[in-house]
Write a protein that binds this ligand. Structure first.
Ligand SMILES: C[S@@+](CC[C@H](N)C(=O)[O-])C[C@H]1O[C@@H](n2cnc3c(N)ncnc32)[C@H](O)[C@@H]1O
Length: 203
């Protein structure tokens, strides 16, 4: 069952020595994000249009006009980690800076921080470290944002790394340069690698 949360949670098996990596620059503070109430300018709505590719699911819609380059909503979820062996082709140095973590099975998982083994801030020598935020089981309205493909010609919003009021690194959804009209669906790009990782037709 989905749990609605107002702050991201740390996974129970998250190593405490990785907590400083959630701050920029990394620092030893207690992870204490300020609560993010549900924004009054957004609603989660069922997709009733049969021609919409996410028909039968939900989407995120605006209740007022959103200005260009406006923070629409932070993306909350459960913060978790992965240690990546040095010879893994998806290591941070090889994989680039993708926002969406295509390695994870969850469709609600975004990559937050990737630290290479030779980064002086990496407390685990011999491993790359990847930290993500997964809203599959617990999240806020942001988890309902759909990808623009098959719905619009281009996205009207994007994922951006930002900083919460408690100083923590977090994922956020921001409007792009046209802004959004009242009642419009918020649509991002999950990225080609996200879709490639889920392609079932073998192409
Ligand atoms: C982060 S969730 C988005 C919220 C989801 N619609 C819901 O109701 O929980 C990602 C999932 O939404 C669906 N989805 C999002 N954008 C889509 C698109 N452009 N075409 C088809 N399915 C999409 C896919 O099922 C995908 O796995």
């Amino acid at each position: 069952m989905l749990k609605f949360i107002t702050r991201s949670l740390i996974s129970p098996n998250f190593p405490p020595d990785l907590l400083p990596l959630l701050y920029q620059p990394p620092s030893l503070v207690k992870f204490q994000p300020r609560p993010v109430p549900h924004p009054s300018h957004l609603s989660i709505k069922p997709i009733l249009d049969p021609s919409h590719p996410a028909h039968g699911q939900y989407g995120l819609f605006t209740k007022r006009r959103i200005s260009p380059s406006e923070l629409i909503i932070p993306y909350l979820g459960i913060i978790h980690h992965t240690f990546i062996p040095l010879d893994d082709p998806n290591s941070p140095s090889e994989a680039g800076d993708t926002a969406v973590d295509e390695e994870q099975e969850s469709d609600y998982d975004l990559s937050l921080v990737r630290i290479s083994s030779h980064d002086p801030n990496n407390p685990r020598k011999g491993w790359h470290v990847s930290i993500g935020v997964d809203a599959a089981k617990a999240g806020n309205a942001a988890r309902f944002v759909n990808d623009y493909r098959g719905i619009a010609v281009s996205p009207n919003a994007e994922f951006r790394i930002g900083t919460g009021e408690g100083g923590e690194v977090r994922m956020e959804i921001w409007s792009l340069k046209k802004g959004l009209g009242k009642g419009e669906e918020v649509l991002v790009s999950y990225g080609k690698s996200w879709w490639n990782a889920r392609r079932t037709d073998g192409s």
